[in-house]
Design a binder for this molecule. Sequence first.
Ligand code: NIG
Ligand code: FE
Length: 425
Amino acid sequence: MTLRTLIYGARQIVTVTRNNDEKFLCGKDMQAIGIIKSDVVGLSLMIENENIIAIGTDDDIARQFEGIEVDKKIDASGCCILPGFVDAHTHPIWAGDRVHEYAKKLAGATYMEIMREGGGIGFTVEKTKLATDKELLVSLVARLKRMLQAGTTHVECKTGYGLEWSDELRLLKLLEQARSHVSIGISITYCAAHAIPKNRTAEEMTEDIVNKQIKALKKFIDSKEINVNDIDVFCEKGVYDIEQSRRILLAGKEIGLGINFHGDELNYTGSAEMGADIGARAISHLECISDDGIRAMASAKTFAVILPHTGYLLRIEMPPVRRMIDAGVPVALGTDANPNAFSSAMSISMNLACVLCHMSLEEALVAATINSAAALGISDKYGSLEVGKKADLIICRCPSWEHIIYQFGDHTHLILYVLKHGAIV
Ligand code: NIG
Ligand code: FE
């Protein structure tokens, strides 16, 4: 059965298309976001089942589809249509908020000081273990629904509050289950190497992950019970060092996972150079990246996933995004939503990226759509509005698309509809 949906009357359609064959934009091309605008005639977008099949003026589309049945019409008069946001980095499955640590951080405690005292990820791991499956699933689905309402149509979801295999496996299974409760797209990243459990060393954990966990994980992937896309590690001084990280990431690569990890966040560790060397698709944070690291990522075309929420909250220096873009590193964005940085709004991430990382509005939008999709390896289907691509989009009631970044934190009220695979959600 064919289901056709016509969106009509729009004043702007921001396509975020590329004029080359690459599946992302970098350097100066990040300014070119392909806006179709009209103050005099309305603009239309036609969807067939899950896919975009035409974009043009209302008159052109009416002529092109004359006599063809349309099942649903969405009035977008005066609205702007944008691709749904792709959040390239989140930690959405956990129990036990850390509001008490927020106060400590405001009073000057650092992230690693809190972690060393047993707080931080360790605290969340304990609370997550105590929560029932139902509690974890209900809170996960609520978070994912909130993201969807705020315009995020695809999200990367990491495990990482289990650490030991049986606990991580539980999180993986719950992430899989969440797919049937919410229509947001989900890419799953395995992040058992997120912290060192009590009474274990980083070396023991590395052995455990490389020799046991990844082998066990492969069985679940092969049986198609769980769909895991990427492997992650928190490569940081006092957590997993560069060699341990390399071993874990390569073991993941060996079973077919993409390399997508936390690096050079609180200290320079050489993560960018190492990641580029082993063919990482993406490295997140990079607040402490070196010039060599920038060069290595630019030449390997490894995505820098910038997480401005985290730097803002921890009051640390932002990554050198301008230098990255100028050097040709493809830049993407995420929220890092987790109990430390408790916000999943891509509008805020884009606003902080503009104000604190000196990105332009266009660069921020590219980073939050086509480039974040490419950082997850899905930009052949997602991240831009083009004929043949999935109809994941937002219809916003605002005079021009920039309002979605400009009215940060308040942007949800601008979103009239979110469409996932062509259906209003
Ligand atoms: O990306 N750096 C490691 N992981 C997260 C924080 C997770 C947490 O504190 O619970 C991050 O910042
Ligand atoms: Fe993170």
